[in-house]
Write a protein that binds this ligand. Structure first.
Ligand code: ARG
Length: 286
């Protein structure tokens, strides 16, 4: 509950920003159908719809598809599903585009892929907005608020303090905020960065690693679906916000996505997608 109201508050903020932007450039003109109401000399510099796409008519998306409930593949399927997949499809629909996902890529390759360009229009992968990443790519407005979770075996006696020791192995997904958290907060432990989250969690199950750090909704989903022998030792209140990554060369696409997200917030679509995918679980606070 608490989480949901903070997301609503977050979006109230986002909407406020969007409203300000619209008020700032309104100038009395219609916000749609600039083709009939505007006499801009060049279509390429018009303010609406002048984004580029890797493939005409399609929003081409890239992700790391091992991050349930945001993006994942069910056994035997190549069709990604999850919260982010629904968000991407809905954005595409509102922009009059179809939506397609490329095969899964390692998480730490997503921002570089968008920066390089030519392969995908957006990366949507529960990517936490950060200053470092924002140097490489543009982020959409935030569309989800999250924290981290510290996961251990249910019968483990560890605490966040005892884990900060030379003989302790704490695993994470390479290049994530969990990776950075271990580095900063458990400097004495051995950090084990891995590409695949379920392999890391399996390693905690079998005793190869003492703990795992990952986004809280992903911890809840994995622990309730598959890793029932693991538990969340602590919720880590990082207050992260997820954004969609877009090339800095494509600012009009970011604007169009922000427009769609604001609509999806105000008409309840984001809440519906939340209700469909999020798993409730009791979690001890930090
Ligand atoms: N939110 C975290 C981050 O941005 C983890 C995201 C991992 N996403 C994924 N699809 N594997 O670093």
């Amino acid at each position: 509950m608490k989480k949901r109201s903070s997301i609503v508050a977050l979006f109230a903020c986002v909407l406020g920003v969007v409203a300000l932007v619209l008020a700032g450039c309104g100038g009395g003109g219609s916000t749609e159908s600039s083709s009939t109401s505007s006499t801009n000399e060049s279509a390429a510099t018009s303010t609406k719809g002048s984004y580029t796409l890797v493939k005409d008519g399609t929003l081409t998306c890239v992700s790391e598809l091992g991050f349930a409930p945001f993006e994942y593949l069910e056994a035997g399927s190549t069709e990604p599903i999850g919260y982010d997949i629904d968000v991407a499809n809905e954005i595409a629909k509102r922009l009059g585009l179809s939506c397609s996902f490329l095969p899964s890529q390692d998480f730490d390759s997503l921002v570089p892929t968008i920066k390089e360009g030519g392969k995908a229009d957006i990366a949507i992968a529960g990517i936490t907005i950060s200053d470092d990443r924002a140097k490489e790519i543009d982020f959409s407005d935030p569309y989800f608020e999250s924290n981290l979770a510290l996961i251990v075996k249910s019968d483990s006696k560890e605490t966040a303090e005892t884990l900060n020791a030379k003989d302790k192995k704490v695993a994470c997904q390479t290049g994530t905020t969990g990776d950075a958290w271990i580095e900063e907060n458990l400097p004495d432990a051995e950090k084990v960065p891995l590409t695949d989250i379920s392999a890391g969690l399996a390693g905690v199950s079998t005793g190869s690693y003492d703990a795992y750090v990952v986004d809280l909704p992903v911890a809840k989903k994995n622990l309730s679906d598959s890793f029932t022998d693991l538990t969340i030792l602590e919720e880590i209140a990082t207050g992260e916000q997820y954004g969609i990554a877009v090339s800095k060369n494509n600012p009009e696409l970011t604007k169009a996505i922000n427009g769609a997200l604001a609509e999806m917030q105000s008409d309840g679509t984001l809440q519906k997608i939340w209700d469909k995918w999020m798993v409730e679980a009791d979690v001890p606070e930090e």
